[in-house]
Design a protein around this ligand. Structure first.
Ligand SMILES: Nc1ncnc2c1ncn2[C@@H]1O[C@H](COP(=O)(O)OP(=O)(O)OP(=O)(O)O)[C@@H](O)[C@H]1O
Length: 239
């Protein structure tokens, strides 16, 4: 596989299985530095599996995956994380028995090139609600606060790429809007994002590139504005 220096992530011919169930059938995906990529598709089409495969969480996989030109096709999740990839999982992944402060501080580490542009103070400034809740435990937070904390934790690892899987799921409209504002800020600070969200219009309006999965294959891909205009989009999303 040829690697091009400007790509942060290159995935080519990615397959994944759960036992005998073949879920991804050869997916290609490239993400450049600072780019926002939207990943769309109906329920069960393989979005979370693709993310989990890229992150090294699905052991039965095949294909080529590189981060910054380093082969991560067989990498373990902690090795992928060290490449500068942060994951905000569906269900949020905050530590329920640690305080907000502890959750944030234990995530903190400088970026791959020593970058430290999202220190604790800046994260608290961006999420004032967390500042008010610093001594509360993770499990005492509302869903929206947990989501902010999860994104705050991701920022404190100074990643080059943040992967957000259903970050707005089940949250009130005002909080959802706030999360999208945060996503805009993340993009403006030069961090690439891969976003899965049910609100395909918002995904497309926030993304540079988009791809739509259908049964573990990429059925539609390109600049988000073109994907948004595609006559196939509503059929593929079942809307
Ligand atoms: N841990 C697992 N074990 C077995 N099969 C799984 C597992 N996780 C997902 N699947 C199956 O893999 C297929 C793809 O699921 P996946 O969760 O990747 O889809 P998705 O596009 O993210 O959909 P959703 O929005 O519902 O999460 C589905 O048929 C699902 O039932």
């Amino acid at each position: 596989m040829t690697t091009h220096g400007d790509f942060l992530l290159e995935a080519e011919g990615v397959h994944a299985w759960y036992g005998s169930s073949h879920v991804l059938h050869g997916i290609d995906l490239r993400i450049s530095r600072g780019q926002t990529v939207g990943l769309l598709g109906r329920n069960g089409m393989g979005k979370s599996t693709l993310i989990r495969t890229l992150l090294g969480h699905v052991p039965q996989r095949d294909g080529h995956i590189t981060f910054f030109g380093h082969d991560c096709s067989r990498a373990k999740p902690h090795q992928v994380a060290r490449m500068g990839v942060a994951y905000v999982p569906e269900g949020r992944g905050v530590f329920p028995n640690l305080t907000v402060r502890e959750n944030l501080l234990m995530a903190a580490r400088p970026g791959r090139d020593g970058r430290c542009d999202w220190p604790y103070e800046r994260v608290l400034e961006r999420f004032p609600r967390l500042t008010e809740r610093l001594t509360n435990l993770g499990n005492q937070l509302s869903g929206g606060e947990q989501q902010m904390l999860s994104i705050g934790r991701a920022l404190m690892t100074h990643p080059d790429l943040i992967i957000l899987d259903e970050a707005t799921e089940g949250l009130a409209p005002l909080i959802v809007t706030e999360i999208w504002n945060v996503i805009t800020d993340i993009k403006e600070s030069g961090i690439a994002t891969l976003i899965v969200d049910r609100d395909f219009r918002r995904v497309l309006s926030h993304s540079d590139q988009a791809l739509v999965l259908q049964k573990g294959l990429v059925e539609l891909a390109g600049p988000a504005a073109e994907v948004a205009e595609s006559p196939d989009l509503t059929r593929l999303l079942g809307v």
